[in-house]
Design a protein around this ligand. Sequence first.
Ligand SMILES: C[S@@+](CC[C@H](N)C(=O)[O-])C[C@H]1O[C@@H](n2cnc3c(N)ncnc32)[C@H](O)[C@@H]1O
Length: 262
Amino acid sequence: MRTEKRASGRLGSERVEAAHWDEIAARYGDAYAAREHVRGNDPLHAAHMAALGPVENRHILDLGCGMGLWTTELASSGATVVALDVSAASVATVRKRAQRFDLADRVDPVAASAHALPFADGSFDLVTGHLILHHLDAGIAAREIARVLKPGGRAVFTENSARSGTLMFARRFLCGRFGIPRWSTPDEYPLRRSDLRRLRAPFAQMTTLHPRFDWFFLLNAKLFGFRNLRVSRVLDWLDRTIPAVLPFMRRLAYYQVIVLQR
Ligand SMILES: C[S@@+](CC[C@H](N)C(=O)[O-])C[C@H]1O[C@@H](n2cnc3c(N)ncnc32)[C@H](O)[C@@H]1O
């Protein structure tokens, strides 16, 4: 079973992840340190923020924070944020970003693994993350997230999903071939039902939301690179129309917002 294999090679996998993201941070860190906050009217982001609820004066853990785009958005909305990532170079970029936006007193960057959080039980009001859980051993991460949350606290993640057989077929047989790019690290895999079950285990409740469809967004990213405006419009229309006309397709969306209530 994949989760067992990943768990047994966990330290090796963490080293591979850290090296991969350190390299990306070394290349793009300066650009990221200066980028504006993420805010926008994207439905996925809006659903994530709505699920988090008010963040002002909340103490939040941004798990797998990367170069801190979301960290500084939360801090600029009045939260105090611990930004944790296994990549030391990414964490260094978060520190620069926080200084650049005058948020250093609200952001605490920490280089550590999500599998062994260096925080006391019940430290955080909220835990949040974007595209991090599918890099982790879901069961170990869930136990750690539940442990560091205060009683009644909530964790919200935007993640990918393996629920669509069509997308997973394309991922397996097309990406990395025929000139179609493959962007993933070797050990990551979109979240499967078994991962969701392991995530849910230490929590009182789990909800998943599917505010965007993204099949055609992925097609555009992989095949056309968003270069053709007309093609982009048609693909965007398909992404909006298919789940509106066939609501049962929503659950097969590529991205999902996962809400875990302690
Ligand atoms: C796809 S990136 C997402 C970064 C950021 N959340 C964002 O949306 O821009 C995945 C991040 O997870 C981090 N990561 C991978 N394994 C980790 C682990 N075991 N503990 C903490 N962070 C980890 C990587 O270093 C990387 O920054």
